[in-house]
Design a protein. Structure first.
Length: 299
């Protein structure tokens, strides 16, 4: 009988390309990964790997096995979800990766709610952006990824992952309260603080400025939206920030709506078959309730 753990290693080798990369992603030594794949070859009685210079590549038979492995692993997730639903209490550990503003604005309330409603559920939270967290989810390092998607900047959708949309997070213009400008088009001569080049947030913000008729003068760069707001509050830059960043009501800055009210989409991603897990459902339901309580908005 084939071992699902070894099938997962083979699938990760196809995704990542090297035994070393698989070992680093899953917390094994390269020799342990090689030994497990060698055992899988003996179990299947076919050659799964062949030399390719200093690396190895999958044989056509290995590709066939990987295709079936994806379905088997998804069925395993569904079986675990069905078993968990049969229990009276939501128990176990849920490993969550979440982006920064969600961690700051929502996660404390979510964790407190879950501690009250599901005291046997342990939630472990790691701050991580979806670009890095989604591959780690597929590899089994996380059970759920709380991610964000900016307008017209869709993230990759791995076949091994399914998603639940949670709510919209409106994007707004934040400027120092002393500045007279209240529209994006009026800020062509003003400095901006934006996220780093290559991020979805930066790409969207740059496109928004270009659509308003100018190239933004980016004087400051940070992934931390609290740094953005601090610079704005001190009169040093304008910023484009989501509601969850907490700009509304902050001293020293003014917040303005953007044309057509653009918003980023916040979603929960899990491995295929795990969306109905009681631990997943408990977490996402608590998150939606916390967002509604924090913003007063329906999702």
């Amino acid at each position: 009988m084939l071992d699902l753990r070894r099938l997962r290693l083979l699938r990760e080798l196809k995704r990542r390309g090297t035994v070393t990369a698989v070992a680093e992603a899953l917390g094994y030594s390269p020799s342990a990964v090689s030994q497990q794949l060698a055992t899988l070859e003996r179990e299947t009685r076919v050659t799964l790997l062949e030399p390719a210079g200093r690396r190895v590549r999958l044989t056509p038979q290995a590709d066939v096995l990987v295709e079936h492995a994806e379905r088997l692993l998804a069925e395993m997730e569904r079986a675990e979800a069905a078993l968990a639903r049969s229990l009276h209490d939501t128990v176990g550990t849920l490993r969550v990766a979440a982006f920064q503003t969600a961690v700051l604005a929502l996660l404390p309330d979510v964790l407190l709610r879950l501690a009250q409603e599901h005291p046997s559920l342990r939630v472990e939270v790691t701050e991580a952006e979806p670009e890095s967290a989604l591959p780690a989810l597929v590899a089994g390092q996380f059970d759920l990824v709380l991610g964000e998607e900016y307008p017209d900047r869709p993230l990759p959708r791995p076949r091994e992952v399914e998603r639940r949309g949670l709510f919209r997070d409106e994007l707004r213009l934040a400027v120092p309260s002393a500045w007279p400008e209240g529209t994006l088009a009026g800020l062509a001569h003003r400095p901006f603080v934006l996220e780093p080049t290559g991020t979805a947030a930066r790409d969207w913000a740059t496109a928004a400025c270009r659509a308003a008729g100018f190239e933004p003068d980016v004087q400051h760069v940070s992934t931390d939206l609290q740094i953005h707001l601090t610079l704005v509050a001190h009169g040093l830059a304008a910023a484009l920030v989501p509601d969850l960043a907490g700009a509304a009501g902050r001293d020293g800055l003014a917040v303005h709506a953007l044309p057509a009210a653009p918003a980023r989409s916040v979603f929960a991603a899990v491995r295929l078959g795990a969306l109905d897990q009681p631990t997943t459902a408990a977490f996402t339901d608590a998150l939606v309730v916390s967002h509604r309580a924090a913003t007063g908005k329906e999702n």
